[in-house]
Design a protein around this ligand. Structure first.
Ligand code: IPM
Ligand code: MN
Length: 341
C-alpha cells in the first residue's frame, strides 16, 4: 500500500500520526505500507508562495490514496489554501463523491433526546456547485461593488454522483435515498437534479426515494435524524449539512470523510471533516478519532473491508469506554491496541 500523506496545518500532523499508527497496526503482515509525505500548507506558502505546485500534483498521482490532516491557518488570507490546495486536489483528482458517514456510536455526546439510532451517509457532490469558482466582482472595493458566485451544475456531473448514491443506497439494508436541494428557489439547478434523480431512480426500483428542501432537511437532522439512510446533495448544501450531522453524532471530532474518484483514474483522498483548529495545535489535545475513521474509509476504498470494519469496531469499543480527558496519543494508542489484538 503506497500512500501519500499530507499532514497540513494546525492539528493536522498530530491526528495524521495517530491515523497512521492505527493503519500500521491493522494491516496484515504481508502488506507493506509505504508513505510519501508532502510538505503542503501554511508553512510552505509562507516560505515559497506555493500552494500546490504542478510537480507535486503530478507526484501525488503515483499513490494508491491520500491521507490528509487539515488545511488552513489564520496567518494565511482566507481562501488561499482552501482554494489553492484542498479544493485544487478535489477538482484535479475528480473527487466527485464526497462521502461523509454519520453514525451515533455508543456513549457519544448528542444533543438529541432519546439517543435515536442514527446511521446515515451523505453523498456530497465534490466538483461542481458554487465551489466551481465561477464567480467574480466588479466595481470592486467601491460602494457599488457587485459580486457573483455562480453555481455550476452539469448533467454529467449530477448524474454520476446521483448514480453513485443510488448504488450505495441499494447496497444498504434500508435502501432509502433522499435528495436534498432547494428547487423551489434554485429552479434551474434544482430541476436538473430532480429530473436526473427521478431518471436514474427508474433503474433502482428497490430503492425508496424522498426529496427535501435543504432548510426542511436541517429540521429533520435535529428532530428525526433516524429517518435518513443515504442523502445525495450538492457541494455547498453537503458542506453545511455534514457539519450539522457531525454535531448531532458526537461532534466534529468524530466525523470522517472520503473524497472519492470512483473510476480510480486518480487517487482518492481521506480526511477528517474538521479543520486545523489552530487554537489547540501542538497541545496534544486534538481527538484523532475522525482521522482514524477516515483511515477506515481509506481501507474500505482500497479493498480491505475486514480491516476497515476492525478499525470501526475498535473505535466503537474505545468510545464506549472513554472517560476523562485524553491526549491525542492516548486515543491513538488505545485504538491501535484494539485493532492489533
Ligand atoms: C470541508 C471544509 C472545506 C469545504 C473547506 C476548508 C474548503 O469545510 O471539507 O467541509 O468547504 O469543503
Ligand atoms: Mn465543511
Amino acid at each position: 500500500m503506497n500512500l501519500a500523506v499530507i499532514p497540513g496545518d494546525g492539528i493536522g500532523p498530530e491526528v495524521v500520526a495517530e491515523g497512521l499508527k492505527v493503519l500500521t497496526a491493522v494491516l496484515p503482515q504481508d502488506v507493506k505500507l509505504e508513505t510519501g509525505t508532502y510538505d503542503l500548507g501554511a508553512r510552505r506558502w509562507h516560505e515559497t508562495g506555493e500552494t500546490l505546485p504542478e510537480a507535486e500534483l503530478e507526484r501525488l498521482k503515483s499513490h494508491d490514496a491520500i491521507l490528509l490532516g487539515a488545511i488552513g491557518d489564520p496567518s494565511v488570507p482566507s481562501g488561499v489554501l482552501e482554494r489553492g490546495l484542498l479544493l485544487k486536489l478535489r477538482f484535479a483528482f475528480d473527487h466527485y463523491v464526497n462521502l461523509r458517514p454519520s453514525k451515533l456510536f455508543p456513549q457519544t455526546a448528542t444533543p438529541l433526546a432519546g439517543r435515536p439510532d442514527i446511521d446515515f451517509v451523505v453523498v456530497r457532490e465534490g466538483t461542481e456547485g458554487p465551489y466551481a469558482g465561477n464567480g467574480g466582482s466588479f466595481r470592486t472595493g467601491t460602494p457599488a461593488e457587485v459580486a457573483t458566485e455562480v453555481s455550476l451544475n452539469t448533467a454529467y456531473g449530477v448524474e454520476r454522483v446521483v448514480r453513485d448514491a443510488y448504488a450505495r443506497a441499494a447496497a444498504r439494508p434500508r435502501k432509502k435515498l433522499t435528495l436534498v436541494h432547494k428547487n423551489n428557489v434554485l429552479v434551474y439547478a434544482g430541476h436538473l437534479w430532480k429530473n436526473l434523480f427521478d431518471k436514474v431512480g427508474q433503474e433502482y426500483p428497490e430503492v425508496t426515494t424522498d426529496y427535501l428542501h435543504v432548510d426542511a432537511a436541517t429540521i429533520f437532522f435535529v428532530t428525526d435524524p433516524a429517518r435518513f439512510d443515504v442523502i445525495v446533495t450538492d457541494n455547498l448544501f453537503g458542506d453545511i449539512l455534514t457539519d450539522l450531522a457531525a454535531a448531532v453524532t458526537g461532534g466534529i471530532g468524530l466525523a470522517a470523510s472520503g473524497n472519492i474518484n470512483p473510476a480510480g483514474d486518480f487517487p482518492s483522498m481521506f480526511e477528517p471533516v474538521h479543520g486545523s483548529a489552530p487554537d489547540i495545535a501542538g497541545l496534544g489535545k486534538a481527538d484523532p478519532t475522525a482521522t482514524i475513521l477516515s483511515v477506515a474509509l481509506l481501507l474500505r476504498h482500497l479493498g480491505y473491508e475486514t480491516e476497515a470494519v476492525r478499525v470501526e469496531e475498535a473505535v466503537s469499543a474505545d468510545l464506549a469506554e472513554r472517560s476523562g480527558a485524553r491526549t491525542t496519543t492516548q486515543t491513538g494508542d488505545a485504538i491501535a491496541v484494539r485493532v492489533a489484538s
